[in-house]
Write a protein that binds this ligand. Structure first.
Ligand SMILES: [Cu+2]
Length: 88
């Protein structure tokens, strides 16, 4: 994945763009749900920029699963395109 980067420990950090959040409760829900999942090291959600930074172990959980977890909470998540300009 071009939007992920791995360090030598095997952990991967990805920036997600998350839509559908309206308040701090949304942020907390996503952060808590993600960070409880095995394989997720850290999950940091930013409401203002509608983005999430997630560090995970790709041997345990995949980027697709992370997006599905967020979708299951009622939001939409997709890898942020670091190189291409967003449509906003
Ligand atoms: Cu909310």
């Amino acid at each position: 994945m071009s939007t992920t980067s791995s360090d030598i420990s095997g952990h991967t950090e990805v920036e997600l763009s998350v839509t559908g959040m309206h308040c701090g409760s949304c942020v907390a829900l996503i952060e808590e749900t993600l960070s409880r999942r095995p394989g997720v090291e850290t999950a940091s959600v930013d409401l203002d920029s509608a983005s999430a930074s997630v560090t995970f172990d790709p041997a345990t959980i995949t980027l697709g699963e992370i997006c599905s977890i967020v979708a299951g909470l009622g939001y939409a998540a997709e890898p942020a395109t670091g190189s291409a300009p967003a449509l906003a």
